[in-house]
Ligand binder design. Structure first.
Ligand code: SF4
Length: 630
């Protein structure tokens, strides 16, 4: 069992969608039960009781101009309108999606022919085309539905073609071709699931407006023909009576409105449920900062900060977790470290060890929902950033604490020249005129050794290499002379020569500006090159920490020892590389005691008996292992 919330739960936990579901559910239930409900015949006239108001005995919603029961006609008419709207939307979606998918997938002549055909349909005013089709086919509900289908096909074809084009050249498509799948298999198994959420939201919005369009044609006398009841026809019949008997027109009008509202709300919810990215985080959108437990709950059991309160950054007993359905992922489980001015502190460990979540927690950037800081504090000169007012946090983020992200291509805005992005960061924190901010931005780009910075500042991110984009990211981080730079694997995506240049640059800048650096990496060699202190992380905890030389030369924790054994040494081909067996633990099912025990060749019974504390190896070197504690 995955523990992920079910589609139904995701839908119902969003209040607005739940309201739409309830509204639509009640209406659909009533129209489905129409044959067994004690309703009067919707077509039987009774002129003696014409235009009776709502609550008239025997006629709850009154009667129309020929004495027919409005309630009965409303229920049967809603049933007909729903069937017509849903059928029209599904048929238009099927035809339009097939055209859009084929057009984008095959391209070339097929694309030209199909899209010009769609353009021809779109060249006519929408409603005029529907009227012309009904005029040609003759009035009647079926012909009106045909007309509505035809005029809506371009909507789906264009939308699905656009969605398909955005993924048709993606790497997973190339992988599908390499795996030997046929065109139809690729369309069915790779492309279609990617565009399906768009189609569903399209159908859910068009059902509502197709009901309105069919109602419009019936209103004009071109759709349902008397005595057949549909919502548009009822509205049309009542329009001349709006002065004398307003209920005849307003009641079907209200039902049309409620139907459209219910369908659109449910459509929004379905779109979110079908999108795996939204599914994992619930329907709610990410907040501007990470949620946190109350100050009292977070600080329970923490010792006084002492000297740490004076440092630019002190992470104390940090616990950050993610709740997805019934699963709680304890990504960070009690991390503590302090960074002094000019000091470089490294966090190292395998993927999933909690390094990045620790870094994101410092900046309050862990996505909420589903992330939450449940315990601990993050002190910046003694001020706990976890619960400072939002305005203060905004001043700190990008101001005194800067962040360099792993992938500079996705963190730079592709539509704004890089110089403007750096200048904008400066202006956000310093009250400088635009020209002055621009000059500073160019100087910063020069300081990160971007060639021809004055001219290249006007270029867009895609015009730079990966290494240059990372330098621009570093320039943005330095824009406001930060006291702390958090760099989250900033060299992972770079080749070795560019990596060396970026590392040297970060080191120089840190020393020149006396900034504190928190450097995250899975590469022990990089940490050895750059950092003064290292914290080795495993299963969301620091398992060993101390000066880089001490930890890397005399590792005390078996995990650190195995991690170092995985690092190749240049010029020593005899040295055997020994991978660590097994996989890091899932943070929603961490083992009792030492999380490394299932992979540790030295594990013994007491390792899994209870929580193991960090124990001193020497004065400034600590490890979380029973062998050290002993
Ligand atoms: S506590 Fe036990 S299992 Fe964990 S690293 Fe030490 S020896 Fe290995």
């Amino acid at each position: 069992m995955s523990g992920r919330p079910s589609a139904w739960r995701l839908l119902t936990q969003n209040g607005v969608v739940a309201f739409g579901l309830a509204l639509l559910g009640v209406m659909v239930l009533i129209v489905l039960l129409a044959p067994v409900l004690p309703l009067l015949d919707p077509n039987v006239t009774d002129v003696a009781h014409r235009l009776k108001p709502p609550l008239y005995p025997g006629h709850w919603l009154g009667t129309d101009q020929v004495g027919r029961d409005i309630l009965s006609r409303l229920i049967w008419g809603t049933r007909l309108s729903l069937v017509v709207g849903l059928t029209a939307a599904l048929v238009a979606a099927a035809i339009g999606s097939a055209i859009g998918l084929s057009s984008a997938f095959y391209g070339g002549l097929a694309d030209t022919l199909l899209m010009r055909g769609i353009d021809m349909l779109m060249a006519f005013p929408y409603l005029l085309l529907a009227l012309a089709i009904v005029a040609a086919l003759g009035p009647g509900l079926f012909n009106a539905m045909m007309a509505i289908i035809v005029v809506n096909i371009p909507f789906f074809a264009r939308g699905v073609r656009g969605g398909t084009l955005s993924v048709v050249n993606a790497d997973f498509m190339a992988a599908a071709r390499l795996s030997g799948l046929s065109d139809w298999q690729i369309i069915a198994t790779e492309l279609f699931p990617n565009v399906l959420p768009g189609i569903v939201i399209g159908v859910s919005t068009t059902v509502g407006w197709m009901i309105l369009e069919t109602a419009g044609l019936s209103f004009l006398g071109l759709g349902a023909q008397p005595p057949q009841a549909d919502l548009g026809g009822m509205l049309g019949e009542g329009r001349n009576l709006i002065q004398v008997a307003p209920h005849v027109a307003t009641i079907p009008g209200i039902v049309i409105l409620l139907l459209a509202v219910g369908i659109n709300l449910v459509g929004d919810g379905l779109r979110d449920v079908l999108d795996p990215k939204l599914k994992s985080g619930g329907l709610a959108r990410t907040h501007a900062r990470t949620a946190a437990a109350s100050s009292e709950a977070r600080r329970a059991g923490l010792q006084p900060a002492g000297d740490a309160a004076r440092q630019p950054l002190a992470v104390r007993g940090l616990h950050t977790q993610f709740t997805v359905g019934r699963n709680v992922y304890k990504a960070v489980g009690g991390v503590s470290f302090t960074v002094k001015p000019g000091e470089a502190v490294g966090l190292v460990g395998e993927s999933g060890s909690g390094k990045t979540v620790t870094a994101l927690s410092i900046a309050g950037l862990v996505a909420t929902p589903p992330g939450k800081i449940t315990r601990g504090e993050i002190l910046h000169h003694g001020e706990d950033l976890v619960d400072v007012p939002m305005q203060r946090l905004q001043a700190v983020r990008g101001g005194t604490i800067a962040y360099v992200f792993q992938d500079p291509l996705t963190t730079l805005n592709p539509l704004i020249p890089v110089g403007e992005q750096v200048a904008e960061t400066i202006r956000r924190h310093q009250n400088l005129p635009r020209a002055e901010a621009w000059r500073k931005a160019v100087a910063l780009l020069e300081s990160v050794r971007l060639p021809d910075a004055a001219n290249r500042a006007r270029s867009y991110p895609h015009e730079f290499s990966g290494g240059q984009r990372q330098r621009i990211g570093i320039a943005m981080a330095l824009a406001n002379n930060p006291e702390v730079i958090v760099a989250d694997e900033p060299t992972t995506a770079l080749d070795v020569t560019t990596q060396a240049q970026v590392l040297a640059l970060l080191n120089d800048l840190r020393r020149e500006r006396n900034a504190a650096l928190v450097f995250i990496s899975h590469d022990v060699g990089v940490i050895a090159e750059l950092c003064d202190t290292v914290h080795v992380m495993y299963g969301g905890k620091v398992v060993e920490s101390g000066p880089v030389a001490a930890v890397l030369q005399t590792p005390a924790h078996p995990y650190t020892q195995r991690l170092l054994a995985c690092v190749p040494v240049l010029g020593n081909p005899e040295r055997k590389i020994e991978p660590i067996p097994g996989l890091p633990p899932a943070t929603n099912a961490l083992p009792e005691g030492c999380a490394f025990a299932p992979r540790c060749h030295l594990a013994e019974a007491r390792c899994s008996a209870a929580e193991i504390e960090l124990a001193p190896v020497s004065a400034d070197h600590f490890a979380r292992c029973v062998r050290v504690a002993a």
